[in-house]
Design a protein around this ligand. Structure first.
Ligand SMILES: *Cc1c(COP(=O)(O)O)cnc(C)c1O
Length: 429
């Protein structure tokens, strides 16, 4: 195609895909193969030396998975990216080249429940740690950074509570302290928010959610902006010094802006094996073709449902950034100009038990631990996804006992409202 900059709707269909050179197949084939025949011994040596780019073994790269990685990279506006077996795998893989035992990250308190647990407990097994602070308090974020900090981590639209991170302010802070900013863009998707334009170094996505869009497969992706100077601070030896795990290659010296991507394939996927499979990539490639259409409908429906809930006397509070009453309403235009997403919480008058009754009374909504499905979903965070947290941590994460989280689907909005209406009647009777 010509040099002109293609629009988002075009890229979500075409980026990373070309008719198959062997057969002309127009859709990206599912390359269901583990290994790839080398042309000759010299070709094999060049591939292992990263002198030539090609396929070796599907734990590292696979053409179907590469097509998806390239597409998401284009949509996020980065220079390179990789796909992983899940969103959580992508988070570990994003941190892996940056961290050593004793290193920490500074992360927002407003996180997906699973990320909260991963960052506060599980990564300690690797000798890493996370300091969670309120990202609206920039002084606190700055104060939490020390000599062992290797990254700043937050979500663009934060799960679960209709919160929008001021990515411009956090991006500027990260730049000031010379650290990479990692943004989890799962709830927003690159259609609603492009974190790299606000200073993000790496963007992680759980492709399980909106990018696939129909609740079929788990997957994750990392996109690198290619803009971070990994050599400047001397804090990132895996990327900017001879890497012992890859015959002493200095990835940043050899590959510049592609250092993170190549390291993630040649060392990260090679040794951690958190690889996306080609079948999974296929489902996500199918879903991503309609991302913008679905997101517009998700946002429109979320706005209608949030407005309705806010005006209902049985509701105490709705935290959707698309409502004028939200303290984050003013951030939409700057951070996610196409809308505040379709994930929000509401508090009902009646507390914990009324929430459980509501969950048990819905008929159209599905009670599942997922979000970003074409279907409307509902969950009571306090008794499920945020169960492992203390009361205090739950409040900080926006998951108090009387709060339910909804992921508004793309059904007819009148039907979504009718279902909530009948379930609320039972819950508050
Ligand atoms: C679901 C989710 C994750 C984890 O992704 P998985 O694909 O389930 O591993 C991370 N962050 C956010 C914001 C999520 O919604």
């Amino acid at each position: 195609m010509s040099e002109r900059q293609l629009g988002f709707d075009t890229l979500q269909i075409h980026a990373g895909a070309h008719p198959d050179p062997a057969t002309g197949a127009r859709q990206v084939p599912i390359y269901q193969t583990t290994a790839y025949a080398f042309r000759d011994a010299d070709h094999a040596a060049k591939l292992f030396n990263l002198e030539e780019v090609g396929y070796v073994y599907s734990r590292l790269t696979n053409p179907t998975v590469s097509a998806l990685a390239e597409r998401i990279t284009h949509l996020e506006g980065g220079v390179g990216g990789i796909c992983c077996s899940s969103g959580h795998a992508a988070q570990i893989m994003a941190l892996f080249p940056l961290m050593m035992p004793g290193c920490n990250i500074v992360a927002s308190t407003r996180l997906y429940g699973g990320s909260y647990t991963q960052l506060t407990h599980t990564i300690k097994r690797f000798g890493w740690s996370a300091r969670l602070v309120d990202f609206d308090d920039l002084d606190a974020v700055r104060a939490a950074v020390d000599d062992n900090t290797r990254a700043i981590f937050c979500e663009s639209i934060a799960n679960p509570g209709g919160y929008i991170t001021d990515l411009d302010a956090i991006g500027e802070l990260a730049n000031d302290v010379g650290l990479p900013l990692i943004v989890d863009n799962t709830s927003a998707t690159p259609y609603l928010c492009r974190p790299i334009e606000h200073g993000a170094t790496l963007v992680v996505n759980s492709t399980t959610k909106y990018l696939t869009g129909n609740g079929t497969v788990t997957g994750g992706a990392i996109v690198d902006s290619g803009k971070f100077d990994w050599a400047a601070s001397g804090k990132f030896p895996s990327l900017a010094s001879p890497e012992a795990a890859y015959h002493g290659l200095n990835f940043y010296e050899a590959l510049g802006g592609m250092a993170f991507t190549f390291h993630s394939i040649a060392v990260g996927l090679r040794d951690l094996g958190m690889t996306m499979n080609p079948q999974g990539a296929h489902y996500t490639l199918m879903g991503i073709e309609t991302l913008s259409l679905r997101m517009d409908k998700h946002v429109a429906n979320a706005q209608i449902v949030a407005n309705w809930l806010e005006n209902d006397p049985r509701i105490e509070k709705v935290t959707y950034a698309g409502l004028k009453s939200s303290p984050y309403y003013d951030r939409i235009e700057r951070i996610c100009p196409k809308g505040a997403g379709a994930l929000f919480t509401f508090a009902i008058k009646g507390g914990y038990d009324a929430c459980l009754k509501l969950i048990d009374s819905v008929e159209l909504f599905s009670h599942v631990a997922n979000l970003g499905d074409a279907r409307s979903l509902i969950i009571h965070s306090a008794s499920t996804t945020h169960r492992q947290l203390s009361d205090e941590q739950r409040v900080a994460a926006g998951a108090d006992n009387n709060v339910v989280r909804v992921s508004i689907g793309i059904e007819d909005p009148a039907d979504i409202i009718a279902d909530l209406d009948q379930a609320l009647a039972k819950a508050t009777a």
